[in-house]
Design a protein around this ligand. Sequence first.
Ligand code: FES
Length: 181
Amino acid sequence: MDNSHLPSQPDRRDFLTKAASIVIGGSLAIAPVVAGIGVLCDPLRRKSEVGASIRVASLNAVPEGGEPVAFPAIITLVDAWNTTPNVPVGSVYLQRLKGGSVRALNASCPHAGCSVKYRPTDKDYFCPCHNSQFKLDGQILDLKSPSPRALDELPVEIRNGTEIWVTFQRFRAGTHEKIPV
Ligand code: FES
């Protein structure tokens, strides 16, 4: 048989050595690039003030024993490059109960994240997207409501005797458990 068209053994070994060095060299060159992209994107993944305590309102803006009042949740976004103040990230319903304590509910519907509205005539919260209804304490009012859980209550603190501070947190929509995001 004529094997004159096939490369000789040394040629084949040489080819395999070169191919292996190209593959190894290429992967070594890619590793720093991937790491660099990770560093560049890192600030985008950083947490902002979400989950921190923010001043939402003054006590006299929420009448004792009165109806819930909606306030925007405004935070300062911080990453490695920028500090951006006054960024609206949601809203909160505050209600001052008899006795003076304050209840804070995240206005985002736990079903799919639409904003719930307080209805003074029905004294409940209503989500216009898929008709979930909630009591004033945030519990589900109508068992046919598609929301998997009650409205998300947020920790409240009164500072300096006049300021309402809320630990603002968003939670995953569509789950029975409150999972911070
Ligand atoms: S988003 Fe509120 S009921 Fe669907």
